[in-house]
Design a protein around this ligand. Structure first.
Ligand code: NDP
Length: 445
């Protein structure tokens, strides 16, 4: 980096001890350096300095009472990163690892991802270090109500529209929406991922996993390949992993492994998704239980080992930095030729280098997993119209959006001289639209 080196230095100085945020910014700045060379007027207007600083960061206290009457205090966050092209949009993560660094990395990535969808949504992210695991429904409800009691001041259908993420599924969105409505007396599309009887969109549950497969299918097609007959490894066993698995099976591939934060299952006959859905979506159990129903399958403690399973295609769909350099090398050595990121930033920078150097068909998260937020934007659209599209209508729009994202990323990579580098292509294609809007809006933002 030449022109943008000082931007990176300032990010590190101003946000000390935030490695995930630094990692996400560095990757984007490296990709958009050629844009800075072509657009001195954007450099002069401070677009690059401004885009790395959130417009607003909200940190707040979330007190709640457990079933035994004990008081707990968690920290709530909302990072309103960039509203140049629409209201802030991005999920709420509930996980003990949540901190400012992780939410700033996610909020920053969200700016470019949302821009790539072609829909009018800005970038944001939020959540809390609350861990819903092992909590009763009543405890989760009291936490969500307390969280929303503060968050409601900062969000709105035209301001900021949060959604789900790790630890925030239909149950949590329901509790939060109920509290918002109670406090504001306003039935409005302020959250997405809502239930179908109260403003949710058909196909939102499936969207990120399905979208990932639509994107990868297009990338595979460009190289004369497809999912048909392939062996696929998917990490995680949450929302993204489950519906990625479902779509891989519909497209003729076979998913042989899934994981959670304790370990992974390997089923050479192909994962039986009905069992996984029952265990994870209904009973909230661990993935290890799968082997009780399918004795041919094997459970192994520890999650990193999943990448040593031989496969054609890998779809990391659990969490950030889950594939390191060694895992990436193992995948490549075992013949894996395509990696599509369902999770956000699941590959370390070193792992990404391994994929690019080995000419792996590599779909970076901000392009490949944009289907979830795209369908959230379609949910906002239906809420504004007070109307609902059918599953087929939403799914067709999702597919079209994912194909267009692939085309935009691929075209930008080609235009900027690094054909097939979809990391660079996605970053540039996402950035151009936001930067153009920021430039038009003048220096105040
Ligand atoms: P869920 O909470 O539904 O599932 C997360 C899954 O990942 C669980 O199986 C969880 O296991 C596992 N996991 C979490 N942390 C770790 C870890 N440190 N090591 C190994 N496994 C882990 O979340 P989602 O499926 O919604 O999200 C998964 C990823 O996809 C995240 O990166 C999220 O940001 C991203 N994403 C999600 C979108 C969506 O629409 N849901 C949209 C775009 C991106 P356990 O139960 O043990 O914690």
């Amino acid at each position: 980096m030449k022109i943008l080196a000082s931007v990176m230095e300032n990010v590190i100085k101003r946000n000390p001890n935030e490695p995930e945020f630094h990692q996400a910014v560095k990757e984007v700045l490296e990709s958009i350096e050629p844009v800075a060379e072509k657009k001195p007027e954007w450099v002069a207007a401070g677009i690059f300095d401004r885009i790395v600083e959130p417009e607003r960061q909200i940190f707040f206290r979330v007190p709640w009472v457990d079933d035994n009457g004990k008081v707990h205090v968690n920290r709530g966050f909302r990072i309103q990163f960039n509203s140049a092209i629409g209201p802030y949009k991005g999920g709420l993560r509930l996980h003990p690892s949540v901190n400012a660094s992780i939410l700033k990395f996610l909020g920053f990535e969200q700016i470019f991802k949302n821009s790539l969808t072609g829909l009018p949504i800005g970038g944001g992210k939020g959540g809390s270090d609350f861990d819903p695991k092992g909590k009763s429904d009543g405890e989760v409800m009291r936490f969500c109500q307390s969280f929303m009691t503060e968050l409601q001041r900062h969000i709105g259908e035209n301001t900021d529209v949060p959604a789900g993420d790790i630890g925030t599924g239909a149950r949590e969105i329901g509790f939060m929406y109920g509290q918002y409505k109670r406090l504001r007396n306003d039935f409005t599309g302020v959250l997405t991922g809502k239930g179908l009887t109260w403003g949710g969109s058909l196909a939102r549950t499936e969207a990120t996993g399905y979208g990932l497969c639509y994107f990868m299918d297009e990338a595979l097609k460009a190289k004369g390949k497809s999912f048909k007959g392939t062996t696929v490894v998917v990490s995680g066993s949450g929302n993204v992993a489950i519906y990625a698995t479902e779509k891989v099976h519909q497209l003729g591939g076979k998913v042989v492994a899934l994981s959670d934060s304790n370990g992974y299952i390997y089923d050479p006959d192909g994962i039986k998704l009905d069992t996984v859905k029952k265990l994870k979506e209904v009973e909230r159990k661990r993935i290890s239980e799968y082997v009780k129903f399918h004795p041919n399958a094997k459970y192994t403690e520890g999650c990193a080992g999943i990448w040593s399973i031989k496969c054609d295609i890998a779809l990391p769909s659990a969490t950030q930095n889950e594939i390191d350099e060694n895992s990436a090398k193992t995948l490549v050595a075992n013949g894996c030729y395509a990696v599509g990121e369902g999770a956000n930033m699941p590959s370390t920078p070193e792992a990404v280098d391994v994929f690019l150097k080995n000419k792996i068909i590599y779909g970076p998260a901000k392009a490949a997993n944009a289907g979830g937020v795209a369908t959230s934007a379609l949910e906002m659209c239906q809420n504004s119209m007070r109307y609902s599209w059918t599953f087929e209508e939403v799914d067709a729009k999702l597919k079209n959006i994912m194909i267009n994202i692939y085309k935009a990323a691929s075209a930008a990579a080609k235009e900027y001289g690094d054909e097939d580098n979809l990391v660079m292509g996605a970053n540039i294609a996402g950035f151009l639209k936001v930067a153009d809007a920021m430039y038009a809006h003048g220096i105040a933002y």
